[in-house]
Design a protein around this ligand. Structure first.
Ligand code: NAD
Length: 341
């Protein structure tokens, strides 16, 4: 099938081209993000392939339908950027990649935690400048510490298992407890108990109307003073301004973010020659005990290869009029929002 691949980065191209040897789709790589301003580029493409910051709202979908597009293949798990109801009305099928490598994200959360705890980010710079002093580099043993995991699904469960391997006590909070977690990894508690008992808190639940600013001023006030907070899930789970206050008062001892509330204006682009206008983001970067990465937790060769393979298989199934198990329907979006709100 002829596919317009939006917001293409070099690594997308590399992994999609490799996987496409087995499918033979006609992939046309486009750098712009999909929006109503760029939707005219879909003319002549029965399929488009999108990532997290492409926007397929009603206005954009109308242009896609007029251009003859019948399929949106998301190369990501989330589908909050597609108006599924409008897509269904226009007869556009939407497919996604529900899972690609939960290990990639769980392991990255551990990397942020270890870097912040043992100050590797500071040590790296010091040694390069010939400064071998150790002042200010002390961390703490993870053994016997308490780690709180909010969201114990695919990624949260693996993160919890890894931290258990460090000898930590694991506390979990989830709207839908995972029996495997309670059997073998940790103990479920109320959110307030998790917040007040954990030395490290890691977020692994999805962003829904019910989880937006889950970590707000009240939640931060409940945290153990000096606790570390890690967010590799979605930026808006954390009220960033409240987190900055928490860092200033030292209620938050360290903050590791791979995601940020306003990341769509910043992430995935090289802005090194620009003046960043987001003062909240810039303030975050001023703290010595904050690490921000640009939504890279998923970026492993295994994950990229799985994403490419599933995306192209989804397209082939739809092209051959076979049932695609990874199709997402409008009812699913409504049901998911209701269930998780
Ligand atoms: P999953 O669906 O397997 O697990 C999510 C868990 O969160 C489920 O157990 C669910 O019951 C729980 N949950 C839902 N609402 C909750 C609430 N209000 N409070 C507590 N728990 C709640 O998803 P997953 O594959 O483990 O992914 C988790 C999140 O990781 C995704 O939602 C996504 O936002 C994020 N993610 C980030 C990256 C990255 O590169 N940084 C990549 C992939 C996924």
């Amino acid at each position: 099938m002829k596919v317009a691949v939006f917001s293409t980065k070099p690594y997308d191209r590399h992994f999609l081209d490799a996987a496409n040897a087995a499918y033979g789709h006609e992939l046309v790589y486009l750098e712009p993000l999909l929006s109503s301003n760029t939707a005219s580029l879909t003319s002549g493409f029965p399929a488009v392939c999108l990532f997290v910051n492409d926007t397929a709202d009603a206005k954009t979908l109308d242009i896609l339908a007029a251009n003859g597009t019948k399929l949106i293949a998301l190369r990501c798990a989330g589908f909050n950027n597609v108006d599924l109801k409008r897509a269904a009305e226009l007869g556009i099928t939407v497919v996604r990649v529900p899972a690609y490598s939960p290990y990639s994200v769980a392991e990255f959360a551990v990397a942020l935690l270890l870097t912040l705890n043992r100050k590797i980010h500071k040590a790296y710079n010091r040694v390069r400048e010939g400064n071998f002093a150790l002042d200010g580099l002390a961390g703490f043993d993870l053994h016997n510490r308490t780690v709180g995991v909010i969201g114990t699904g695919k990624i949260g469960f693996i993160f919890a298992e890894i931290m258990k391997g460090f000898g930590c006590e694991i506390l979990g909070y989830d709207l839908h407890p995972n029996p495997k977690f309670a059997e073998a990894v940790g103990r479920y508690v109320e959110l307030s108990e998790l917040l007040s008992s954990a030395d490290v808190i890691s977020l692994h639940c999805p962003l829904t109307p019910g989880t937006r600013h889950l970590i707000d001023r009240e939640a931060i006030a409940l945290m153990k003073p000096g606790a570390m907070l890690i967010n590799t899930s979605r930026g808006a789970l954390v009220d960033t301004e409240a987190a900055i206050e928490g860092l200033k008062s030292r209620q938050i001892g360290a903050l590791g973010l791979d995601v940020y509330e306003q990341e769509a204006d910043l992430f995935f682009e090289d802005l090194s020659n620009e003046i960043i206008q987001d003062d909240v983001f810039e303030r975050l970067l001023m703290f010595p005990n904050v690490i921000v990465t640009g939504h890279q937790a998923f970026l492993t060769t295994e994950a990229l290869s799985n994403i490419a393979e599933t995306t192209l298989a989804n397209i082939a199934e739809v092209e051959q009029h076979r049932h695609c198990v990874h199709e997402v329907k409008a009812e699913q979006q409504v049901a998911l929002a209701k269930a998780l709100a």
